[in-house]
Design a protein around this ligand. Structure first.
Ligand code: NAD
Length: 510
């Protein structure tokens, strides 16, 4: 296996990226695949953060006046650069976040997809025209940019989630300030640099179109995220991460009546009914539960399987789990890469201990491939049969642990079990029964933001709105009409009648 540092040099060269200005001693960035230190970076200070916010605000004052389709052209150019550098950027994601090659590439593809989506959207930022009750009047709504959109992102989708926010925020006429995870600043530096290139090329063709400072990057710890949450210069803050983080950010933003788009933890479940195609279900379960080493917000964490098919399904899953290829994420054929760091491994072990104490039967979960690096944390995904939905099952442990619960009776019992956790991100049902599928998607069905039929819980497309309910935070990003979260709506009433009739028939003669 080639050393991560050597690979990093190659990737940086392919990207035409110089880390120079960011290098320092504040944070050591480790490659999860071998535990090797990739680079040291320096933190932005509180003063630098305030200066970046002020500059972004200033840039917004100009950008809001640029026609939306022209703003779309910037995002199109950025998407083109991403296409050109997909292989290198995808490998950087694998090096820094530990994703297998296909998922690293997939993450960059997701960025390209959202750029395409945002480009089309830049010609579709439309409001309604509404019938007025007054003669000679017209009523309509218009959508306007908000200002600076702050983006706080998590380590596990180091670039895609930023791009969902950035592409929409930019076509909607906003400036952006990004605080990436302290565990994955290198991919953020790379994206910022590519966006900068797109801006410079655009300005070379159409001088002065993109104001200086439109996109800012803040490298550092949570204190920089806290600064974004507190700043009145940030009317919209999109924060992705743990529910613990969201709880703090939400209060800070609400205190100043800002708008928060929260994308927080999940505790996603799949129901398998007696009519399910079990082979299809087993494959979907495996991708959703062990893919990205269980480190997706949409990772499948609870399997709620009907007692009549549980033994057959579990036997098949146990077989797959034993044979799954765990190892270097950059090696072809690997399906499960490493956990992000030792803290993630320790948290997984603690959860498994608690599961045992709560009556769970644990298969797997142990450390494997220690040969790949002293500080590289690979695990065999764990399958844990639980007697009930006890405390450990109700919280998100960010690791490949799949809790298996059996249900008897009808699908209503399974849906009730699924909904009886604090989180509400993603959910799925495997069934051949139309009635069960419809019930699952009905008002009395899954209470999650994502409810799938015969598909796993993870791997959403960018065309749909993404996000979840309850402790997942209620935010929506990416497709559908999620763009409305990045704009403000004005209702306009225009009087061309020459008289002044009042609404509701009120008379006020002067
Ligand atoms: P984390 O909460 O530790 O950190 C996320 C980001 O928040 C980091 O940039 C961090 O510096 C910042 N942060 C932490 N505390 C903060 C505070 N008090 N104020 C402001 N910023 C703060 O999360 P993580 O370990 O990087 O990521 C894993 C978590 O993210 C999981 O819970 C996962 O489910 C969640 N996640 C959710 C989604 C989603 O779309 N719902 C997507 C990806 C990850």
């Amino acid at each position: 296996m080639s050393d991560s540092r050597t690979r990093l040099q190659q990737v940086l060269q392919d990207l035409g990226l110089d880390l120079g200005a960011f290098e320092g001693q504040d944070w050591s960035i480790r490659a999860p695949r071998d535990g090797v230190v990739l680079a040291g970076v320096k933190s932005h200070s509180a003063e630098q953060a305030q200066a970046a916010l002020a500059q972004a605000h200033q840039a917004w004052l100009g950008w809001r006046g640029v026609p939306a389709p022209v703003r779309g052209e910037l995002v199109r150019r950025f998407g083109e650069l991403l296409r050109r550098h997909k292989a290198a950027l995808g490998e950087l994601v694998s090096l820094e976040a530990g994703k297998i090659a296909a998922e690293g590439q997939g993450e960059v593809q997701e960025m390209i997809d959202i750029c395409d989506f945002a480009l089309g959207l830049s010609r579709q930022l439309h409001g309604l025209t509404i019938a007025s009750e007054r003669p000679g009047h017209r009523m309509m709504e218009t959508w306007h940019p908000m200002g600076v959109v702050g983006i706080i992102s998590a380590f596990n989708f180091p670039v895609a989630v930023w791009s969902w926010n950035a592409a929409l925020a930019l076509v909607c006429g906003n400036a952006i300030v990004w605080k990436p995870s302290e565990k994955t600043p290198l991919t953020a530096i790379a994206c910022q640099q590519l966006l900068r290139q797109a801006m410079e090329a655009f300005n070379a063709d159409q001088p002065g179109t993109v104001p200086e400072g439109l996109s800012q990057l803040l490298i550092g710890g949570r204190e920089l995220g806290e600064a974004l949450a507190a700043s009145p210069l940030v009317p919209v803050l999109s924060a992705t991460g743990s529910t613990r983080m969201g709880r703090q950010v939400a209060v800070k933003v609400a205190e100043r009546f800002g708008r928060a788009i929260l994308e927080l933890g999940g505790n996603n479940a799949m129901i398998v009914t007696p009519t399910a195609d079990l082979e299809l279900a087993a494959r979907a379960i495996t991708f959703a539960a062990v893919g990205t080493a269980g480190q997706r917000c949409t990772t499948l964490r609870r399997l709620i399987v009907h007692a009549s098919v549980a033994d057959a399904l579990l036997a098949r899953l146990a077989q797959i789990y034993q044979s799954i290829a765990i190892g270097d994420p950059l090696q072809q054929g690997t399906l499960v890469g490493p956990l992000i760091d030792r803290a993630a491994f320790d948290a997984m072990q603690r959860a498994l201990e608690q599961a045992r104490a709560e009556g769970g039967q644990v298969l797997g979960g142990e450390r494997v491939r220690a040969d790949l690096g002293q500080d590289a944390w690979y695990v065999r995904p764990a399958l844990v049969q639980m007697p009930g939905q006890s405390a450990v099952v109700q919280r998100e442990t960010f690791a490949p642990i799949l809790y298996v619960l059996r249900y008897g009776g009808d699908t209503g019992a399974a849906i009730a079990l699924q909904n009886a956790v604090p989180q509400g991100l993603s959910s799925a049902i495997f069934t051949q029964s139309l009635a069960d599928a419809e019930r699952f998607m009905s008002a009395a069905g899954s209470d999650c933001g994502i409810a799938n039929v015969n598909i796993g819980t993870s791997g959403a497309e960018i065309g749909g709105a993404f996000g979840g309910e309850k402790e997942t935070g209620g935010g929506r990003e990416s497709g559908s009409d999620a763009w409305k979260g990045y704009m403000r709506r004005a209702t306009n009433t225009i009087n061309y009648s020459g008289a002044l009739p009042l609404a509701q028939g009120v008379r006020f003669d002067v």
